[in-house]
Design a protein around this ligand. Structure first.
Ligand code: TXA
Ligand code: MG
Length: 327
């Protein structure tokens, strides 16, 4: 269970800020969100401004329970209902046809809407007290590493957010899995906290995952989830040699040492030993990237985990962190 410091009066205050059109940072089991009343277009517009995110990039609406599904989505297919009932509250976002409560400001002008019920006591208490939907992208500036503690949010957004609800460190540590559930054949748009294997077990059939999450196509990924340091991915057995070479060439190298090489002494500026369990790795991933930035690394050498279970989401984030930067 997350270490929760938000009190009942904090939750009431946060609901008041949302009602008044303000922005609240909310803890979830995945990452912290930058929340606004989803039905208040000017509050939603402020979310885009604070993040520096293009308005065509839609937000996820957080709702208090599966009973709100039909207000936010329309013509919800039976498969979507099944997934919602099985995985909510939890790190699964369903893309549905836009329902009557979902304004176009939230959906970036699309006729579909992304919805989820977060599995965090503070978020659920806020949603229940507030009563409406909370539109919340991850509470970071566009393209940078998502926050997994309240302190990350305070450092990154400062006064731009009206209130920060502290719900302790996020348990899962990577964002929700986004499933396109508009039709009868769902597909994964973004791998995340609910594994492909768990989804397939419930659906009883294989799920399509976008090619970009598996195959590295240079030039095609906008840099996302990215620290300031450049991230370079190499084969696990080459991590240490590449890191030491780059350090010798004058870089301040941060290295993600694979679990199998945990005891090796590495001549680099900063060393993170990658946890062997994928749950622990996902939980720590964004914190590791932030830490290496803070320690002044200009280059991070890492390898990809096996792309099974949570390893799929971790590999997706590392690839995107290593992608080209927006100029
Ligand atoms: O775990 C999470 O999902 C976190 C927490 C705060 O809930 N939120 C999050 O939001 O990661 P954000 O805004 O950083 O990412 C939302 C993603 C974007 O990539 C966006 O393109 C996609 O959801 N999305 C939103 N609405 C969509 C839609 N109608 N169709 C397709 N993709 C959509
Ligand atoms: Mg994000």
């Amino acid at each position: 269970m997350a270490r929760v410091t938000a009190t009942t009066s904090d939750i009431e205050k946060a609901a008041g800020v949302l009602r008044a059109g303000g922005l609240v940072a909310i803890p979830t089991e995945t990452v912290y969100g930058l929340g606004a009343n989803a039905e208040d277009p000017s509050a939603v517009t402020r979310v885009f401004q604070v993040k520096g995110r293009p308005p065509s990039h839609p937000l996820i609406v957080h709702i208090g329970g599966v009973e709100h599904l039909d207000a936010w989505g329309e013509d919800v297919p039976a498969t979507a209902r099944l997934l919602a009932e099985r995985f909510w509250p939890g790190p699964l976002t369903l893309v549905l046809r836009r329902g009557r409560r979902a304004p176009l400001e939230v959906t970036g002008g699309l006729e579909t809407v992304a919805v989820r019920v977060p599995d965090h006591p503070v978020a659920l208490a806020l949603l229940s007290t507030f009563g409406g939907g909370v539109a919340a992208p991850s509470a970071n500036r566009f393209g940078s590493v998502s926050p997994t503690t309240a302190q990350h949010v305070r450092v990154e957004l400062g006064d731009a957010v009206d209130f920060v609800l502290d719900g302790g460190p996020c348990e899962v540590g990577v964002e929700s899995t986004i499933v396109d559930a508009t039709g009868d054949t769902p597909s994964i748009l973004r791998p995340g906290g609910v594994t492909r294997e768990d989804l397939e077990a419930v659906l009883g059939r294989p799920l399509a995952v976008p090619a970009t999450s598996r195959v590295r196509v240079p030039g095609q990924h906008p840099s996302h989830y990215a620290p300031r340091a450049r991230v370079v991915l190499v084969e696990p057995e080459k991590v240490i040699a590449e890191a030491e070479l780059a350090q010798e060439l004058g870089h301040q190298v941060g290295v993600f040492v694979p679990p199998a090489l945990a005891d090796t002494v590495v001549k680099a500026h900063a060393v993170v030993t990658v946890p062997g369990s994928m749950a622990a790795y996902a939980h720590g991933l964004y914190g590791f990237l932030r830490e290496l930035d803070q320690r002044g690394c200009d280059l991070i050498i890492a390898s990809l985990p096996v792309e099974e279970g949570l390893g799929l989401a971790i590999a997706n984030r590392l690839r995107r962190a290593a992608g080209p930067r927006p100029s």
